[in-house]
Design a protein around this ligand. Structure first.
Ligand code: FAD
Length: 406
C-alpha cells in the first residue's frame, strides 16, 4: 500500500511547527510529508514590527527552513499556493501542483481594510519580511529626503499608525525608540517628527486591563507618541489621512500610514469553498472544517470559539503553535491507524505586549499583571521558548533574545 501524502501549506508558526513535530513522530515509511512555503525561510511574525521600525535587523527574525526542518524526512517545496481544491484533494502552485491524502492549511493572515477609501492602495501593512523591510526603508527615505527639498515637507515626518491594538501599540513603541536615532542620523529636529496612533475604539488596547492600558499610553506619550482615540479613519491618500472624531473631520498630512487595525485569514482559504466567517474558517475541536475529514486548519486561518465568552479566540502565535502541535499529534494517530482524534483546547498562558525594547506590559497566569522590566523579560522568555521548541538550544543561541538587561 502506498504511503499517505500529507501536505502542509505555509511555514509560519502553524505550518512549520506541524512539520517539525511530524518529522519526529512519523517514520519515513509512515507517510510522505511535504511542506510548501513562498520563501526559503520561516519568519517570526511577532518580531516584524521591530524590523519595520528598524530596531532589529530582519535576518534575526527569519530562520532558514532547512535549519529546522530535516529535508531528508520532509519534502520542502518553495513555491506559492495559488488555489486549494479540496473536492479534488489537490493544491495548485505557481510552478506545479500537489495531491494529498491529508492537508494542513497554515497560510496565515492578510490585512482587512474594511473598504476604507484608499487604504489598500496607500497604506503599508506589517505582514512579512518584505513588507517590514519596505516600511523601514520608506521611513528612512523620507527622513533623508526632508533636508534635500527647498520647501521642507512635514508630511515626510508625520508617521501615522492605524490601530492601537496589539500590533499598532508594539509598532509605535519601537518607532518611539527608533526616531531619536533617525533624527540624529539625518539632522532632523526631534520636535519636527510626529508619531500619531489613530484608534476607532474608545480605548487603546481594547480588551486589555485598564491599568495596563494607562501604563502603556503614559509610557508611549512620554516618548512622543500622540493618540487619537475614538477616531475613525475615513480615507488615505498618497500624502494625507482623514479621520473623524466627535463628528469632526480632521486631516493629517503624511506620506506614511501603517495599517495595523485588522486581519483576516488568507483569502485563498475562503476561495477554496470552506464556509468562512469574516475571512476565517470555523473548525471543530479536531481543527477540521465541517465536512472535510482530510483537512486541518491551523493558525490565523482557523476560527475556534471560546465557549466561556462565546466569542472567537483572537488569532495569535500562541494559539497557532498549540494548534500545530495538536494537529501533528492527531495526524500521527490517524496515520498509525487510530481514528480517535483528541479535542483541542487552547491553554492560554498570558499575553505580553512590548512598548519598545525596554518596556512592556502583560498578564500571565490569568491575572498576574506585569509592567516594565519584568514584562520585557517575560516577552523574551516567551520568544526564546518558541525557538527552543522549534530548533533546540542551537536555534536559541543563534536567534534568541538573550540580553535580559537591554
Ligand atoms: P503566519 O505566521 O502569518 O505564517 C503564514 C505563512 O504562510 C508565512 O510563512 C507565509 O509566507 C506563508 N504563505 C502565505 N501565503 C502563501 C502562499 N500563497 N503560498 C505559500 N506560502 C504562503 N501573536 C502572539 O501570540 N503574540 C504576539 O506578541 C504577537 N505579536 C504580533 C506582532 C505583529 C507585528 C503581528 C503582525 C502579529 C503579532 N501576533 C502576535 C499575531 C501572530 O503573529 C499571528 O497570529 C501568527 O503569525 C499566525 O501564525 P500562522 O502560522 O497562522 O501564520
Amino acid at each position: 500500500m502506498k504511503n499517505p501524502n500529507i501536505v502542509i501549506l505555509g511555514a509560519g508558526y502553524g505550518g512549520i511547527m506541524t512539520a517539525v513535530k511530524l518529522q519526529k513522530s512519523l517514520g519515513a515509511n509512515d507517510a510522505n510529508v511535504t511542506l510548501v512555503n513562498k520563501h526559503s525561510y520561516h519568519y517570526q511574525t511577532t518580531w516584524l514590527h521591530e524590523n519595520a521600525a528598524g530596531t532589529l535587523h530582519h535576518d534575526r527574525t527569519r530562520i532558514q527552513i532547512n535549519d529546522v526542518v530535516n529535508t531528508s524526512k520532509i519534502n520542502f517545496v518553495q513555491d506559492t499556493v495559488t488555489e486549494i481544491k479540496p473536492q479534488e484533494k489537490r493544491v495548485l502552485l505557481e510552478n506545479g501542483e500537489l495531491s494529498y491524502d491529508y492537508l494542513v492549511i497554515g497560510l496565515g493572515f492578510e490585512a482587512a481594510t474594511f473598504g476604507i477609501s484608499g487604504l489598500k492602495e496607500n497604506a503599508f501593512t506589517i505582514g512579512s519580511i518584505n513588507s517590514a523591510r519596505l516600511i523601514r526603508q520608506h521611513i528612512e527615505y523620507n527622513f533623508a529626503k526632508y533636508n534635500n527639498e527647498a520647501d521642507k515637507k512635514q508630511e515626510r515626518l508625520n508617521i501615522v499608525v492605524g490601530g492601537a491594538g496589539f500590533t499598532g501599540i508594539e509598532f509605535v513603541g519601537e518607532l518611539a525608540n527608533r526616531i531619536p536615532e533617525l533624527c540624529k542620523e539625518y539632522d532632523v529636529p526631534r520636535e519636527q517628527v510626529r508619531i500619531i496612533n489613530v484608534e476607532a475604539a474608545p480605548t487603546a488596547l481594547p480588551g486589555f486591563d485598564p491599568e495596563l492600558v494607562e501604563y502603556a499610553m503614559n509610557s508611549l506619550e512620554a516618548r512622543g507618541v500622540e493618540f487619537k482615540i475614538g477616531a475613525m479613519i475615513k480615507e488615505v491618500t498618497e500624502n494625507k489621512l482623514v479621520f473623524e472624531k466627535d463628528e469632526q473631520r480632521e486631516e493629517i498630512e503624511t506620506n506614511t500610514v501603517v495599517w495595523a487595525a485588522g486581519v483576516r485569514g488568507n483569502s485563498l482559504v475562503e476561495e477554496a469553498g470552506f464556509e468562512a466567517n469574516r475571512g476565517r474558517i470555523p473548525v471543530g475541536d479536531d481543527l477540521r472544517p465541517k465536512g472535510f475529514e482530510d483537512v486541518f486548519i491551523v493558525g490565523d486561518c482557523a476560527l475556534i470559539m471560546n465557549e466561556e465568552t462565546e466569542r472567537p479566540y483572537p488569532p495569535t502565535a500562541q494559539i497557532a503553535i498549540q494548534e500545530a502541535e495538536h494537529t501533528a499529534a492527531n495526524l500521527t494517530r490517524l496515520i498509525k491507524g487510530d481514528s480517535h482524534l483528541e479535542p483541542f483546547e487552547p491553554d492560554l498562558k498570558g499575553t505580553v505586549a512590548s512598548l519598545g525594547h525596554n518596556d512592556a506590559i502583560g498578564v500571565i497566569f490569568d491575572d498576574k499583571k506585569l509592567f516594565g522590566w519584568s514584562a520585557t523579560a517575560m516577552k523574551k522568555i516567551i520568544d526564546n521558548r518558541y525557538l527552543l521548541k522549534l530548533g533546540g538550544i542551537p536555534l536559541v543561541l543563534k536567534k534568541g533574545k538573550l540580553n535580559f538587561f537591554q
